[in-house]
Design a protein around this ligand. Sequence first.
Ligand SMILES: [Zn+2]
Length: 301
Amino acid sequence: MSSKKQTISKSDVEKTVRFAKKNPVLAVIIALAVIGLFVYQSIADNADRVTVPMDGLYVHYIDVGQGDAELVCCDGEYMLIDGSEPSASDGLVSYIEDLGIEKLEYVICTHDHSDHCGGLDAVIESFEVETVFTSPYTGDSKAYSIFLDAVEAKGLEAESPELGETYKLGEAEFEFIGPVQEYDNKNDNSLVMRLSYGDTSFLFAGDMTTNAETDLLDDGANVKCDVLKVGHHGSSGSTGYRFLYEAEPSIGIISCETGNSYGHPHEEALSRLSDADVTVYRTDLDGSIVIFSDGMSVVKK
Ligand SMILES: [Zn+2]
C-alpha cells in the first residue's frame, strides 16, 4: 500500500466536514457507530486477556506438588506467595497465564527453602513484576540464589517488608506479622502474612512451627482469620492448639503432594484442626483450591 493511500489529506477532511454540514444527523449516527465499534473491540480485547472476575477476592491455593504457591486476585491486581520447587515452575507459570494475568503487583518469598522459592525465578522471568518481598532472615541455598539472580536480572530488589506496615492489593489489605526474630530453624524464619478484605481475612503461615507461633502470640500479633494456609504442609510440629484457638479459622488449606516422603499432613495436625472445627481442604486430595470472599463471607468455589 502506498503512503499516499495511508495519509488523510486536507481535501478528505474538507469533504468530511462538508458531508457533516449537509447531513448532520447521519454524521452523528456514523460517529456513534464508529465509537461503539471501538468500545466493543476494547471490551472484547480485555475479555481475552483477563479471565479473573473483577468483583471480590479470589485466593488460589495452587496444586504444585510438595510445596506452596498461593495466588491472590483482587480488583485486577495480583500477588503470588511462594512458587514451590523448580520442577513445578512450568505448571505454575501456565496456571497464572491461563487466568490471563500479565502482571503481578507482588511476589512474596516466605523463606529460602526450595519448595517455596524454587519456581519463583521462572515466574519472575515470565511476568511483569512490581514488588518482591522476602524474609529478612535467609541463607544462601542454591534455589534461593537462583531466585535472587532472577530478581536482579529483572532490575528489581528483594525487599524485607516492615512488620505491621499495611500494603494494598486492590481493595484488600495485607500486613506481615512475622517472623518477630531470627531462628536457627529456617522454617520459623517464614514471612507470615495476614490479608483482610471487608470483614473476611486470610492467614498465610509459611512453614512456621509452634515455636514461632508462640512468639507471634506473645508479641500480640492478630492472627484471627477465616481461612488459614496451614503451616508447614500440615506437619505435626506446626498448628498448635494455642495458635489455632486464637486464629479461629473456619477453613484450613494444606498444600502437599500425594505420597510425599515427609508423610504430610501428619495425623497430629489433622486431629488438632478437627478439634478446632476447621474444615480442611488439601491440594493432594482436592487439587488446586479456590476460596472466594465477597467481603462478608468466604466460600470454596
Ligand atoms: Zn515447605
